[in-house]
Design a protein around this ligand. Structure first.
Ligand code: ANZ
Ligand code: ZN
Length: 825
């Protein structure tokens, strides 16, 4: 025991430095595969190296670290890695602003933030650190991309981008502010350019059905993904175009409403709309207005429904009636067929449109229990068919099949499943990203860069002059020769969407040092991630892309697991005065100042105590002070105890020799251990675990017993408190564990088991009187409260006989002796 520590004050700087130094020197968190042990892979979402950590990071990484340290104490082989999501637009913005190349800006930030993470005492295996901007990382996604190209899972097609005609450049969505360019305020337009896509739609069904197996994910996130994938069962119907020899296809989920169709509507980008635009100027103007920026679905939903008649007519497949074909701004080109059969009586959007343009509303579904008033709104529920000729009387569900069969027989329709999910466009016209490994040859077309020429390294020594990506102006980068025919050819200068890099980093950590494979055999030991921790803002895109990439890697034979993340914890936001901490609101608190003033343990304890991890956490200076005081209190109690140990004789704990106060404290200690174990291990309610230890500390502080067994009980209590707090406040507990007489490093100690025998309460006998006369005896827990004792007394049968029909005047409880019930007739 380092007796010189006794009576020293709690000095967080010294303590934290020394613990961190020890962990680093002993490489204690470095892990390798060990088949004899159960593995636990704990991953927190890696940060974008923006410059410095914010409180959201501190919260995220503390949660992951507490779980990791707890699992390690459970005897598992725990891997907890960390890295950097290092590509992205902010680095380019900084380059414009400060004239520093994105590469050096990013790497400086990484160095600073790595140091900050180390100051938080996070139990990472730093040997696995990766930065996605390094060629030894992104070369593997370039490699996979060329494999998938060969398999037909990536393809090229033209798609719209935001284009600034003044700067002559593509803009990211974030760079379009109120429809204008962020730099020059020019109106942004849409432009169609060739881009690369991943066929994520090939995996739509698996991505959807496997959600059911992810029972370690929050229901909310699974629902969000389900809606995003958006599976619809419906019928694709071909309407003949009057006077022409061709069809217009629509997709509907409600073929039961076929007889209520009164017009058709197509998207502005639809062929038919384009043809009408050639013929009529007003149609051309309307189409132009619709195809300007902002056809994102959210915009479409919110804007006023507008349309125009194309002049074309469609022929109803059952009645043969001619129906007008409109262009409508709420029909999306990217969904179904880009055309709808409109049923104003039973679809609200169609109803609003029909009402506005004076189109007929024809009811075909009814329901006896609903008061349907089609003058007010559409009736959108399913029901029973009317006004539908041979289909009258059918239920909507039966009609679905009957009408689909009818159309199928006439070669005018077939059942089809549609997904809202679109293929993933991965081309970005930005500089700071991984180059797309394609060479465009006039003769051979798009040719993937052969393995031997990978990686295609992004030039890092660049200057940002004017606008646009610097590599688009660097012939030394893009001028090359075709790998197929050897003639001069042009390298792709677009880069990958940065979601690419974050879609597989979790797998790369398993074999981060491999320079011969994307991931190797070691991944099959570690995957899937047992616990993933991160923000809810990634509930859809990042998690969906990562799940997709996992399946791509599986199908390329690289890994075996079907899903990447077994359990998902989405941490809540850090709020200040009720709103999210953010730079733009100017309400941030800098973690660095917090760590310097109070230490990492206080920061960690506050974060874990202030709220359950999945709920938002309100910043509180008083809460931080409270956390700091609590740590000091634990420190002082241990010091005081060690002083007493020096001044008194000590002995081993002898459970049979304890008096009732000693037994009582021991019971509280073991109850708390049981609760903390359940709260941390199963419920993930770290806040209630901490509250239990705080409450226990009150009893420990009051316990003043320097007898041999008193000190032994105290020693056990303090050891257990230090052990269960160690995942949360690892530095001070590292120190206190030694102060309590252990040489062994607390990190390698197992998680304590509570002593079930200690929880058994002592029982004592009490007598029950009615009006002073002995009527019964009962056994009562020695800790029982007055209320409990009273209640138990009233339950006694004999007592009930004597008070039946009487009024209870008062009840006197003499603890540990008797209860007297005073009654009157
Ligand atoms: C006729 C109908 C009648 C419809 C009715 C609905 C109710 P979900 O369920 O989301 O898949 N639709 C089809 N393609 C569209 C497109 N490109 N843009 C906008 N809307 C489109 O939606 C399927 C329904 O959305 C389809 O069923 C179609 O309208 C519309 F009482 O067809 B429905
Ligand atoms: Zn060629």
């Amino acid at each position: 025991m380092s007796s010189k520590k006794i009576n020293e004050e709690y000095q967080h700087q010294l303590i934290e430095k020394s613990a961190q130094h020890y962990w680093e020197k002993s490489q204690i968190f470095k892990v390798v595969e060990d088949k004899s042990k159960e593995k636990f892979y704990c991953l927190s979402m890696f940060p974008y190296p923006s410059g410095r950590l914010h409180m959201g990071h501190v919260r995220n990484y503390t949660i992951g670290d507490v779980i990791s340290r707890y699992q390690r104490m459970q005897g598992k082989n725990v891997m907890q890695p960390m890295g950097w999501d290092a590509f992205g637009l902010p680095a380019e913005n900084a380059a414009h602003k400060n004239n520093v190349p994105p590469a050096s800006w990013t790497r400086d930030n990484i160095d600073y933030m790595r140091n900050q993470l180390k100051q938080l005492g996070l139990a990472y295996d730093w040997d696995r650190e990766l930065a996605t901007c390094n060629a030894d990382y992104y070369r593997w996604e370039q490699w996979l991309f060329t494999r998938l190209y060969e398999k037909g899972l990536v393809y090229k097609k033209t798609a719209a981008v935001n284009w600034c005609p003044n700067d002559v450049t593509v803009l990211a969505n974030e760079q379009v502010i109120d429809g204008k360019c962020w730099r020059c305020d020019t109106d942004v337009v849409r432009k169609e350019i060739p881009q690369w896509f991943f066929k994520i739609t090939d995996y739509a069904e698996e991505l959807l059905t496997e959600l059911d197996s992810l029972d370690g994910w929050p229901e909310q996130v699974r629902t969000m993904q389900k809606n995003w994938i958006g599976r619809s069962e419906g019928v694709e119907i071909g309407f003949k175009i009057a006077g022409q020899d061709r069809n217009i296809k629509v997709f509907t989920t409600r073929p039961d409403t076929l007889m209520g169709v009164t017009y058709l509507a197509v998207a502005a980008e639809h062929d038919l709309a384009q043809q009408a635009a050639i013929q009529y100027d007003n149609v051309a103007a309307f189409v132009k207005q619709c195809t300007a920026v902002g056809t994102a679905e959210a915009v479409v939903e919110s804007q006023e429904k507008l349309g125009i008649d194309t002049g074309f007519k469609a022929v109803h497949p059952v009645t043969g009636k001619q129906l007008p074909i409109f262009i409508a701004n709420f029909v999306l080109m990217g969904y179904g067929e880009g055309a709808v059969m409109s049923v104003p009586a039973h679809d609200q959007r169609d109803w609003e449109f029909a009402t506005k343009y004076g189109l007929p509303v024809q009811q075909v579904i009814t329901d006896d229990n609903t008061n349907i008033d089609l003058n007010k709104q559409a009736f959108t529920e399913k029901g029973r068919l009317i006004n539908s000729a041979e289909f009258d009387g059918l239920s909507s569900d039966d009609a679905f099949t009957k009408i689909a069969d009818y159309l199928n027989k006439n070669h005018q329709g077939q059942v089809r499943t549609t997904y809202r999910l679109r293929d993933w466009g991965v081309s970005r016209q930005r500089y700071w990203g991984a180059p797309i490994p394609i060479i465009n040859c006039d003769a051979c077309g798009a040719v993937p860069v052969p393995d031997k020429d990978l990686p295609v390294v992004l030039p890092e020594d660049v200057t940002f002059e004017g606008v646009g990506s610097p590599i688009k102006k660097m012939p030394e980068f893009y001028e090359t020769t075709c790998p197929k025919c050897g003639k001069a050819a042009i390298r792709e200068t677009d880069t990958f969407d940065t979601f690419m890099e974050s879609s597989w980093y979790y797998a790369r950590y398993c074999s981060a040092d491999s320079d011969t494979a994307m991931v190797d055999e070691r991944a099959n030991y570690w995957l899937p991630v047992d616990q993933y921790v991160g923000g809810i803002e990634h509930a859809i895109l990042h998690l969906l892309y990562a799940r997709f990439f996992n399946k791509l890697m599986r199908d390329a034979g690289l890994i075996k697991n079907d899903e990447p993340f077994k359990n998902l914890l989405t941490q809540g936001m850090v709020l200040k005065d009720g709103s999210k901490m953010s730079k733009s609101k100017g309400n941030t608190v800098d973690p660095q100042a917090l760590i310097e003033k109070y230490g990492a343990d206080t920061a960690r304890l506050f974060m874990m105590f202030a709220a359950p991890p999945d709920q938002s956490l309100e910043w509180s200076d008083a809460g931080v002070e409270g956390a700091y005081r609590f740590i000091k209190r634990v420190w002082n109690v241990v010091m005081k105890h060690c002083q007493a140990l020096e001044e008194n004789t000590i002995t081993n704990l002898n459970i049979d020799a304890l008096n009732s106060e000693q037994r009582e404290l021991r019971m509280k200690v073991h109850k708390a251990v049981a609760k903390v174990t359940d709260d941390i291990g199963r419920r993930y309610t770290f806040n209630t675990a901490i509250a239990a230890v705080m409450e226990l500390m009150n009893s420990v502080t009051k316990f003043n017993d320097n007898s041999e067994q008193g000190l032994a009980v105290m020693q056990e209590a303090l050891e257990l408190i230090v052990l269960v707090l160690s995942p949360i406040i690892p530095h001070v507990t590292h120190e206190l564990w030694q102060v309590l007489g252990h040489d062994e490093n607390i990190v390698n100690h197992g998680w304590p088991q509570h002593d079930a025998n200690a929880l058994v309460q002592d029982e004592i006998q009490m007598i029950i009187q009615v009006n002073g006369k002995l009527r019964a005896k009962m056994m009562v827990a020695s800790e029982a409260s007055k209320d409990d004792i009273e209640q138990q007394a009233f339950k006694d049968e004999n007592v009930q006989r004597f008070i039946e029909g009487m009024n209870v005047v008062k009840v006197i409880v003499v603890p540990k002796r008797l209860v007297n019930i005073v009654v009157k007739p």
